[in-house]
Every structure is written in C-alpha cells, then in structure tokens.
Design a protein around this ligand. Sequence first.
Ligand SMILES: Cc1cc2nc3c(=O)[nH]c(=O)nc-3n(C[C@H](O)[C@H](O)[C@H](O)COP(=O)(O)OP(=O)(O)OC[C@H]3O[C@@H](n4cnc5c(N)ncnc54)[C@H](O)[C@@H]3O)c2cc1C
Ligand code: FES
Ligand code: FES
Length: 502
Amino acid sequence: MRDVIRFVRRGQVVEVSDFHPRTTLLDWLRLTDRATGTKEGCAEGDCGACTIVLRRLRNGAPVVEPVNSCILFLGQADGAEILTVEDLGDPDGRPAGASGEGLHPVQRAMVDMHGSQCGFCTPGIVMSLFALHETAPGPVDRRAIDDALAGNLCRCTGYRPIADAAARACGPERAPPRPLPTFPEADPERDVFVGSDETFFAAPASEASLAALYARHPDAVLVSGATDVGLWATKALRDLPKIIWLGRVAGLDAVEDDGATLTLGATLTHARALPLLAGLDPDIGELLRRFGSVQVRASGTVGGNIANGSPIGDLAPVMIALGAEVELRRGDEVRRVPMEDFFIAYRKQDRRPSEFVRAVRVRRPGRDAAFRCFKVSKRFDEDISAVMGAFHFVLGEAGGERVIRSARIAYGGMAGIPKRAALAEAALAGAPLSSRKAWDLALDAIAGDFSPMSDQRANAAYRGHVARNLLLKALTEVAGASTDRTRIVGRRPPELEAAHGR
Ligand SMILES: Cc1cc2nc3c(=O)[nH]c(=O)nc-3n(C[C@H](O)[C@H](O)[C@H](O)COP(=O)(O)OP(=O)(O)OC[C@H]3O[C@@H](n4cnc5c(N)ncnc54)[C@H](O)[C@@H]3O)c2cc1C
Ligand code: FES
Ligand code: FES
C-alpha cells in the first residue's frame, strides 16, 4: 500500500499526502504550488480557462491530455506529469524576455497573431493548443483547430486570430514535441490509500482491491473522470470525504472486440472510445465529437456516463437502441443487465450497494440494420443535449419491397430516464420502409410514449416536436432520401457509408 500520491512537477517527483480528497488540481496549483497562470473561470468544466496538460504513460505508451483542472481531483494526477502555462517556455525555466525569447511556438504565435486581449482565457487556450501541437499527426486544418478549441471560451478576442495562431504553430513548420520526463516509478500492483478510514483518497490497483475496498466503504464516492463528480465539489459544495478513484484499476479500461460484440471497459475515456464507437456507426463518432470538449472527452469515461444515470447523457440512448448490456461487479459476483433495465427512475439505477460498473457490452449492428443518432443542443459544441435520439432499424424484404422488421428507438431528454419509444417502435415493426402512413403513425405515437418536461434547455412542446422530427429525419435518410437535405453538419462520409452497407 502506498500512502502518498506522486506526480512530476517541473522535472521533480512530488509526493503529497496531506490533502482533502476533494481538493481540485486547480486549487492545489494556485494555492499551494502558486502556479497562478492557470485561471478559474466557471469551475464547472465549460470555459477552459483552467486547462492544463497531463502527460503520463498508459500501457507503456506516452499520452498527452488537456484537462480541466477545476473539476479534476488532485489525486487523479497520480503517476502523471503536470504541465501548466508557466512550464512551456524556455526549458531552463528562464522567464520570457520582453521580446518574447523563451516562448513556446504556440505562445509566440499567439503574440504574433494578436490572439489575446484581456488575457483571462489565454493560458487555457495556450495549453489546449500546446496539446494539439504535441499530438496532431500532421499539419492541422481548421476543423482540427475548432475541435481543439471547442472547450475554450474567449469573450473578447474573437477566434479568428486564435485560429491563425494555431495554424501557424501547428502547421508544417511545427517544432519537435517536448521530450518526456522521467515518470514516477511505476508500481502498478500497489494500491494507493491516502488518509484515514473516515476521510481518504484511494486508488486501488486491481478490480479485486476495488471490490474489497468498496465493500468496506459502500458510502464512498466512485470517481472515474470526475467530469460529473467534480461539479459536486465545486458547485454543490459537497464534502466528499471518501473518494475511490478508478483510474489506476488495471484492466478496467480494457477493450475487447470479438467481431460481434464490442466490450468497453468502464474507465475507457470518451476520447479513446470515439474511434471504436465510430466503427459501429459514423453517427456515433459524430455524436462523440460533440460530446463536451477535448478536455471533457480526455477525462470523462464510458462507465461514468452510464453510471451517473442522467436522463440527458448521450451514450445511454445509443446503447439502448443497440441492445447493449451493462456489466456490474460486487465482490466476486459479476452480472449483466440490459441497458434499458439499468435505468429505473430519475437518477435511480439498478446498482446495489458496493456494486460498480465494470463494462458496457454492445453488439455490432448487422448488415441488415440501419442506425442513426442525432443530438440537439442549444449550442452546437460542448453542450448537453436538450433531446438526443437513437434509431436502430432491422430491415428486410417482403412482397418485393423493403420493410422494417423491427425498430429500437431510444431518446434522452424526453423522460426522467433514457427511454425506449415502445409505441413508435410498434407502429413501425413490419411496415414497409417507405410507407408514409406507417411513418405518421410512429411520429404520432411519440406523444403517447413520452411526457417531456420543460426546463432551461427546452420546453415540453419543443422537445416533443424535436423528437418527432428526429425520427422523421432518421426514416427519411434510411429510406434513401438525400442526406444533403437532412444534414448540415455531421455528414456520413461516403466511404464509411459504403463500409456499413447502407
Ligand atoms: C463541460 C461538460 C460538458 C459535458 N458534455 C456532455 C455531453 O455532451 N454529453 C454527455 O452525455 N455528458 C456530458 N457531460 C457530463 C459528463 O462529462 C459525462 O457524464 C461523463 O461521461 C462522466 O464520466 P466521468 O468518468 O467523468 O464520471 P464521474 O464524474 O467520475 O462519475 C459520474 C457518476 O458515475 C459514478 N461512477 C463513475 N464510474 C463508475 C463505475 N465504474 N461504477 C459505478 N459508478 C461509477 C460516480 O460515482 C458518479 O456518480 C459534460 C460534462 C461537462 C463538465
Ligand atoms: S474554470 Fe472553466 S473549465 Fe475550469
Ligand atoms: S482574451 Fe479576453 S476572454 Fe479571451
């Protein structure tokens, strides 16, 4: 057992044991390390002013991730190197001179292209662009720049000069990546437990240790990426005396693909899940590209998105439509639950005390199936869905025409839980694919399937309208009408369309 957390800061391994489990990395940086270049704007993962970069070894390979330090707990830096805006310049640590010598190329480009005015967002933007600089496979285009900056809000400069700076720093003349530090000694088999039985930050190393620890402390809060739990600390001001972080549990992020079923470990981040889920259907890739921001996707996990039971979480409707299962573990007992049965009532899931989500198992849609999913939010990027719809039709032939053999339709934002549209599904089962009569019956049935609520994201009437329109859009596309008419963004690339046989 190790009773300290360890990370690399400015070339040195730092050990910390005296901290409250809910201490955020931002607070540690600003209040203890006095690295005040990193700013606090929203304290909820939205504005990106607090963006820093973590570098660590994952399965032996280096990874570079921009994260929102405001909602990351200090303990989650265990094993990583923490890089802030102060660390980017001259490797010898000399402050940048008046003429800008010693600046990182990203910083230099921000100066040259006039990418900063009041400067409050600038450290976060520089760190997001530094991560892009270090990870982009080649010179970046505008879309890659926009994606990299979707989680950084600037209220005064305007994005054109910032995007120009990104294009210059991450263009063909890009500087070589920063050499890796010596990471803290890897001790993958040792559990970490910092604190006492009443107040602790724990990071078990194996599933068995996690199961045993959670059995002893069923009142502990499990933390995976903390993109939800972080806000319990910063916004709800909850005390969170016992935190069990899942990020060190060996194998809990494992991916298995036997050709028919894709199994995603609970701690797999959205960034890592994106290409795998895009391989099931390109729409899921586009959905994940719009999931939060690069920072949120670098930390947030598949298991966290399902376990939190939010009625507006984006993965749940997709998984329900695809007939996925949740795999749960308590002690040595493992069980599987169909995703749609996991959500019982608002924020109430079929999860027993001390039970944790182990994985999500999703069947690959067959070649006779067509899938679509669409997210509607107030802001296009980095926003929670007002309504999210996922549509899975199994198609066939009858009497010389194409028919819908069965339909699985699930929505987020339409009820207290992510939920299937049973009446709409029944209206389509067995119907000719192009039958407007069947479509109309299914569209009308949605009013019987859901009584959505009104809140700050959308009112009930709007939600009902959008749900109808999303089903209509899915049917229109699957029945073969032009995608040009139904898509403004998120086009399904023709080569992927061909690969999916529809
Ligand atoms: C700025 C911002 C944008 C966001 N955008 C989106 C979005 O577009 N779409 C969307 O769906 N969500 C969005 N979210 C919400 C959040 O990012 C997701 O729900 C994310 O997947 C949560 O994963 P996590 O690993 O961070 O969970 P955590 O915050 O670590 O945990 C979430 C909940 O799940 C529990 N938990 C975590 N792992 C397990 C496990 N293995 N077993 C049992 N319980 C577990 C925790 O105890 C907690 O109750 C956004 C959040 C932020 C801050
Ligand atoms: S302070 Fe706004 S994202 Fe962290
Ligand atoms: S420079 Fe003022 S917020 Fe971006």
